[in-house]
Structure formats: structure tokens, C-alpha cells
Design a protein. Structure first.
Length: 102
């Protein structure tokens, strides 16, 4: 292998690991959270008029999701959506959004 190729490979690997460091959440958690983006905005940064999830304390998001799941909190859509996620998934999603800038 030529030295220039090795340098390119090394640069590529470094770029990959820096990218991974910037995106701290594992891919599967980011995929779950992406399912919320249609309505709550990319990374939970909502358009005006919609509840932003970005920066919301994880405990608050978990509590609301659990209340949607049980039906305790009135909703048009979130009852169905919340039921699609396990408690562990909800905790991971809530932690992901809590770490996003609002
Ligand atoms: C199809 C659109 C849609 C999607 C997708 C969606 N939501 Fe919602 N969300 C809503 C609507 C609408 C409300 C207001 C309550 C209602 O009517 O259901 C809401 C409310 C909420 C609230 C309460 C906000 C507040 O401050 O009162 C939370 C928390 C929430 N959603 C979390 C999530 C999470 C987490 C996901 C992804 C797993 C998600 N939502 C996906 C439409 C959506």
C-alpha cells in the first residue's frame, strides 16, 4: 500500500471517530428519536406551536410518555405513539432529547 493511501485511510478513520464522539447517543437510540422528528422537529427542535423535546429534562419527558401510555394525560396522537415504546426505550429517548440544544 502506498503511503498516501495509508494517510487517506487514517484521515478517514479519524473523521469517523470524531463524528462518533459528536453524536454521543448510540445509533439505535438516534433512530428511535428520529421517529419523533416529523412532529417535534429535528433533534426535538420544534417549529413554533409544537412542543419542543430538545433540552427538556429527561424525567419530565419520561413522566409525560408514561402518562400518555397509561392514558392519564389527554392526547390526540401520543397515546398510540407512547404505547409503541418500552420503558427502557422511553428512558433512552428522553435522555437523548435532554442532551440536545433547544
Ligand atoms: C405524528 C406526530 C407526532 C409524533 C411522531 C410524535 N409526537 Fe409527541 N406529540 C404530538 C402531539 C400532537 C402532542 C400533543 C398531545 C397530543 O395531542 O397527542 C405531542 C406531545 C408530546 C409530549 C408532551 C409535550 C408537552 O410538553 O406537553 C411529549 C413529551 C412527546 N409528545 C414526546 C414524543 C416522543 C418522545 C416522540 C417519539 C417517540 C413523539 N412525541 C412523537 C405529536 C407527535
Amino acid at each position: 500500500m502506498k503511503p498516501t493511501m495509508i494517510a487517506c485511510l487514517a484521515a478517514g478513520l479519524m473523521a469517523t471517530s470524531f463524528g462518533a464522539a459528536a453524536q454521543t447517543a448510540p445509533t439505535h437510540v438516534r433512530s428511535w428519536a428520529a421517529g419523533c422528528a416529523n412532529c417535534h422537529g429535528t433533534n426535538g427542535q420544534a417549529q413554533p406551536g409544537m412542543a419542543a423535546l430538545a433540552g427538556a429534562p429527561a424525567a419530565a419527558t419520561v413522566a409525560k410518555m408514561q402518562a400518555f401510555k397509561s392514558g392519564a394525560l389527554p392526547a390526540t396522537l401520543m397515546h398510540q405513539i407512547a404505547k409503541g415504546y418500552s420503558d427502557e426505550q422511553i428512558q433512552a429517548i428522553a435522555a437523548y432529547f435532554a442532551a440536545q440544544k433547544n
